[in-house]
Design a protein. Structure first.
Length: 222
């Protein structure tokens, strides 16, 4: 479920200080009009050092973050303590396995995945999405940003499962296993969520020689 290489990465370098525009848009469109934002509960899978949680805290939402890296969670807590006083009154951080979530059924209004599930094999990812759906209320939502087939690094290095590689090139080189999701697999992967929208985000590098491709998946829990 979690590759220990990420503990070394988080311990040795700065990583992910600010949220992506796509997540900000998801939150703004879906939840900015909530009468009381602290009544809206988010869960982030693989929260890392807390860039997305920092954003949620500043916007007044409640949240839980979970990550396998104790270093990442410690960094997230330090930043939240320094920049968002009072966050512990309604939110929490956890070191743990995103495949075995320590939360009650239907507890969250929305679940966030920013590339965490791309670090898991196909069957493991299916199980994690299902576990995330378990803790999402009926009518709640999922936002998942995950590497897409054909992205830089796909098909390079050592194969380690279905559509998964220890990449020999690109931004994922040296970062453990990465799985590159095929469009046709998304409905099965995210079930029992149902996809509302699937978009592609791409960015080119090295004079457009290499392209990083990511799926932006918005889905709902029946």
């Amino acid at each position: 479920m979690w590759d220990p290489v990420w503990e070394d990465i988080f311990a040795s370098q700065e990583w992910g200080k600010y949220p992506g525009e796509e997540l900000i848009r998801f939150v703004a469109r879906g939840y900015y009009r909530a009468p009381n934002r602290k009544d809206v509960r988010f869960l982030e899978l693989g929260c890392g050092p807390g860039a997305n949680l920092w954003f949620l805290a500043r916007e007044g939402f409640a949240f839980c973050g979970i990550d396998g890296s104790a270093t990442a969670v410690e960094r997230a807590a330090r930043r939240l303590d320094a920049e968002s006083p009072g966050w512990r009154d309604h939110s929490s951080l956890h070191v743990g396995d995103i495949g075995e979530l320590p939360f009650n059924d239907g507890y969250f209004d929305a679940v966030i995945d920013i590339e965490a599930l791309s670090c898991n094999g196909y069957e493991s990812a299916r199980a994690i999405y299902a576990e995330a759906a378990r803790v999402t209320r009926s009518g709640g939502r999922l936002f998942s940003r995950t590497f897409a087939e054909g992205s830089w690094g796909d098909g390079t290095g050592e194969p380690v499962g279905r559509d998964a590689w220890r990449c020999a090139e690109g931004p994922l080189m040296g970062k453990g296993m990465c799985r590159f999701t095929r469009l046709g697999d998304i409905p099965e992967l995210i079930a029992p969520y149902r996809a509302d929208a699937i978009e592609m985000l791409s960015a080119s590098y090295d004079g457009r020689t290499n392209v990083v491709k990511e799926w932006l998946i918005s889905a709902s829990r029946p």
